[in-house]
Design a protein around this ligand. Structure first.
Ligand code: NAP
Ligand code: GLV
Length: 326
């Protein structure tokens, strides 16, 4: 009997590919990325397993073309690229990679805070330009974190780890989330649960950690910026569409927002040109989970999810909406 076939839309760390190759016939696409939907619809025919990245849309037309497909394993924790109703209709399991990238992403969010508040990139440019000629008490003064308020929006896995890091630096933790966090989590970081408006009014640093859903898109719009303290810092390592990027640029221009640290963009991979012109923003190319450790674990997790389904077992990481369905 022919081995089941697994398609991977883009090269991923080898560990997951090797695991799959022990059992299945594996094809890794090396085509220009992002893939054209029509190209992927053509390729998917005959495959039982599919590993996708965030830019691959898993929607009705793709699933209709994939008559043998049993599992889509997203190589990411976020899965807004997957049409959940469509996978349910087609009885295709969808999985993600929760937990294995939590520390990596919290580390990059924290790095952005320090970069902005201590003006690290400006200082680096200043030194490289040969302008460091004397120690100057007025030079490149930033903001101290100790004693300031961090507002976490979305106290899940990454939000909590971000809170831990900031608490270790003496920040006070406020958070807003759909549900209140477990008591031991709150205690661990001395976090105070509050409403979104209160958080926006109190926080010196606002850090976003909610998924992209119909409820969170443009959660941070011009009205939200108006509520914030003057001179607030905004960190977004969650998803670009949670922030109205045009409103952010206006808020940066008028000094309402003193600095923004962005790993993700509203029109990703496009970056609003206004952002390039600003000294007080740090712009990263969506590298929240880009550590060797996290990316290896993501690759292995995606592969193990595929293997479980193709072997007729429950996958370790079904997306939450499918957890009780199959
Ligand atoms: P998570 O553990 O599910 O945390 C998300 C939190 O947001 C949960 O506490 C959830 O509440 C809360 N939430 C959901 N909808 C909400 C709403 N409408 N209002 C308020 N709170 C809401 O997920 P995670 O692993 O921390 O990841 C969070 C997100 O980070 C991912 O979805 C992904 O988009 C992004 N991410 C980005 C990178 C990167 O490379 N930049 C890397 C990893 C993840 P409940 O507890 O009630 O579910
Ligand atoms: C990355 O952005 C992820 O959601 O894993």
């Amino acid at each position: 009997m022919d081995k089941p076939k697994v398609l991977i839309t883009h090269p991923i760390p080898r560990i997951g590919i090797e695991l799959l190759k022990e059992r299945y016939s594996v094809t890794v696409l090396e085509s220009k990325y992002p893939l054209e939907p029509a190209f992927l619809r053509e390729k998917i025919r005959g495959y039982e397993g599919l590993i996708t990245l965030l830019m691959d849309r898993v929607d009705e037309p793709l699933l209709a073309a994939a008559e043998h497909l049993k599992v889509v394993a997203n190589h990411a924790v976020g899965y807004e690229n997957i049409d959940v109703d469509a996978v349910k209709r087609h009885r295709v399991m969808a999985t993600n990679t929760p937990g294995v990238l939590t520390h990596a992403t919290a580390e990059i969010a924290f790095a952005l805070v320090i970069c902005l508040t201590r003006r690290i990139l400006e200082a680096d440019r200043y030194t490289r330009e040969g302008r460091f000629t004397v120690w100057d008490p007025l030079l490149l003064r930033g903001d101290e974190l100790h004693g300031k308020n961090l507002g976490i929006i979305g106290m899940g896995r990454i939000g909590f780890e971000m809170a831990r890091r900031c608490r270790a630096f003496g920040m006070n933790i406020l958070y807003y989330s759909r549900n209140r966090a477990a008591e031991e989590k709150e205690k661990a970081v001395e976090a105070v649960y509050c409403g979104l408006d209160e958080l926006l009014e109190q926080a010196h640093v606002v850090s976003l950690h909610v998924p992209s859903t119909s409820e969170t898109r443009r959660l941070i719009d011009s009205a939200a910026f108006d509520r914030m303290r003057d001179g607030v810092y905004l960190i977004n390592t969650a998803r670009g569409e949670i922030v109205d990027e045009a409103a952010l640029i206006k808020a940066l221009k008028r000094g309402k927002v003193k600095g923004a640290g962005l790993d993700v963009y509203e029109f990703e991979p496009e970056v609003s040109p206004g952002l390039f012109e600003m000294e007080n923003v740090v712009l990263l190319p969506h590298i929240g989970s880009a550590t060797i450790e996290a990316r290896n674990r993501m690759s292995e997790t995606a592969a193990r999810n595929v293997i479980a389904v193709l072997e007729g077992e429950r996958p370790p990481n079904p997306i939450p909406e499918l957890a009780n369905l199959f």
